[in-house]
Each structure stands twice: as structure tokens, then as C-alpha cells.
Design a protein around this ligand. Structure first.
Ligand SMILES: CC(C)(COP(=O)(O)OP(=O)(O)OC[C@H]1O[C@@H](n2cnc3c(N)ncnc32)[C@H](O)[C@@H]1OP(=O)(O)O)[C@@H](O)C(=O)NCCC(=O)NCCS
Length: 186
């Protein structure tokens, strides 16, 4: 094979690892319990102390700290970026996901780490029966993944949220129209 590539690694491409990133020593993989201290430290660095006051944190309160959709980017064991995905109900329907927080270490921002983690998590959600992925965030960033502004009033949160920042992506066809109401963590 060209370039002396390791064929085992070349054939193991999937959601658990991203071999495309292997030359730089970066591995994208699900977050485990052992990663949680590093995730907390990254959140503190990126978002600061005000982060706990956000309404999105209220949705996540009391939910497991890790879902199967949480992902991190690691280089030589060091956490560079982390994406939390929380399984939620919307009104009476589930399972859906709430995306966030997404945090990329300041020294590696703008290098594609955020995009890779979101792309992988969306793919995993699409292939495993998740209805809708919602988030509170910037349309100019999340629009590239297929998120669109949610119709006003469709999703309610347990606290104040700027309605223009409520974005949603339909992971299963038809799920958007079938989901409305209060977003609550499961
Ligand atoms: C915002 C953030 C998650 C993006 O991840 P990243 O790995 O740095 O960015 P990526 O390399 O994936 O994407 C870079 C692109 O996103 C754009 N971008 C970054 N942040 C943006 C924002 N808030 N709004 C719009 N576009 C944004 C960049 O301009 C760049 O655009 P280009 O592809 O057209 O050049 C990361 O910078 C971060 O953690 N920032 C601080 C925390 C934060 O604001 N989090 C928001 C999510 S809760």
C-alpha cells in the first residue's frame, strides 16, 4: 500500500476512532468516566465560572454525565476538545439529544476539532434512532451541520433562552413535526 500505511489502522475507520487524524496523533473517541476530570477542567478554561447559570445546564442537571454520544478529541492522552450530548425528552416524545457544551482548547481553536466532533455525533445519532438534536447556540456555526432555527414556541426550556438561538436538526425523518414541548433531561 502507498506510503507504507498500516493496513489495520486503515481499515478501522469508524465512529470510535478517526484514523484520518492519526498522522497528527489525534484520536476522536467516546468520552469515558475517567475523562470527566479533564472535561471539567476544559469547561472551566473555555467557559469560566458563569457557565453553570445557563439554562442549558438546567436541562442537564441530574442527568448522567456521559451519554454514548459524548465525544472527545485527544492527543497523546491530552483532551483537546469535548462535546457533551444529553439524552432528552421533548414533551412526551423521546429519545432526542441536546448538544452542548462543545468546548475546544483555546490553543487549538479553528483547526476543525469542533466540526469533527459534531459531525461524528450527528452521524451516530442518525444511525441509532434519535429523533431530533437541539441546542442553544450560534446559527453561523451550527448551520453547517444542518441545524436550523426551531419554529418559535416548539421547544420550551426550564429557564430563559434567546429563542433565536434555539436550533434543531432532524436526525430521523418526521421527528421534528412529532416533537414539541418542554425539553428535559432523561
Ligand atoms: C466555537 C467552537 C466550539 C468552534 O470549534 P473550533 O474547533 O474552534 O472550530 P472549527 O475548526 O470546528 O470551525 C472553525 C469555523 O467555525 C467558525 N466559528 C467558530 N466559532 C464560531 C461562532 N461562534 N460563530 C460562527 N462561526 C464560528 C470559524 O470562523 C471557522 O469558520 P470557517 O470554517 O468558515 O473558516 C470553539 O472555538 C470553542 O470552544 N469556542 C469557545 C467556546 C464556545 O463559544 N462554544 C460554543 C459552543 S457551546
Amino acid at each position: 500500500m502507498a506510503h507504507g500505511a498500516n493496513t489495520t489502522a486503515a481499515h478501522s475507520f469508524g465512529l470510535d476512532t478517526v484514523d484520518e487524524a492519526a498522522p497528527s496523533g489525534v484520536e476522536n473517541r467516546p468520552v469515558t468516566a475517567g475523562d470527566l476530570p479533564a472535561v471539567s477542567a476544559l469547561h472551566a478554561r473555555v467557559f469560566g465560572p458563569g457557565r453553570f447559570a445557563r439554562t442549558a445546564y438546567r436541562v442537564r442537571e441530574g442527568t448522567p454525565l456521559i451519554s454514548p454520544y459524548c465525544r472527545g478529541a485527544f492527543r497523546r492522552g491530552e483532551l483537546l476538545a469535548a462535546l457533551r450530548m444529553t439524552v432528552v425528552a421533548i414533551g412526551e416524545s423521546s429519545p432526542h439529544l441536546m448538544l452542548g457544551p462543545l468546548a475546544v482548547a483555546p490553543e487549538v481553536q479553528g483547526q476543525g476539532f469542533g466540526q469533527a466532533l459534531v459531525t461524528e455525533a450527528v452521524a451516530a445519532a442518525r444511525s441509532s434512532g434519535i429523533g431530533v438534536i437541539i441546542l442553544v447556540g450560534d446559527m453561523p456555526y451550527y448551520g453547517r451541520f444542518g441545524f436550523t432555527p426551531a419554529p418559535r414556541g416548539q421547544f420550551q426550556f426550564p429557564g430563559p433562552v434567546n429563542p433565536a438561538r434555539i436550533l434543531a436538526l432532524e436526525a430521523t425523518p418526521g421527528a421534528m413535526a412529532a416533537s414539541s414541548g418542554l425539553v428535559r433531561g432523561l
